[in-house]
Write a protein that binds this ligand. Sequence first.
Ligand SMILES: [Zn+2]
Length: 97
Amino acid sequence: MVHEVQKLWPVAKGSFGLRKNTCVRSNCKACASGKGHPVHTLHIGAKDRNTSIYVPEDMAGVVEKAVSNCRELERLMMLAGERFIKALKVERVRRKK
Ligand SMILES: [Zn+2]
């Protein structure tokens, strides 16, 4: 389990995607056409933390990987909880005998 988790590093939790940015130039064709300037962002939406982090183009690949690692890690944690509770129950039955 620990080894599996190690392989899933680094992790990033949030939704990764493109956000349309507008710039300060007054005569920008991209902004005027509504296309804007798409930038990669990692959006973190949690109870105590709600923010969007700008991710430079050259880091987009690793961040995307970290986000998918996080999903896989969450799946592992879910399975770990299931296994843990099952093991506790088995243990209790064994002790009663
Ligand atoms: Zn612009």
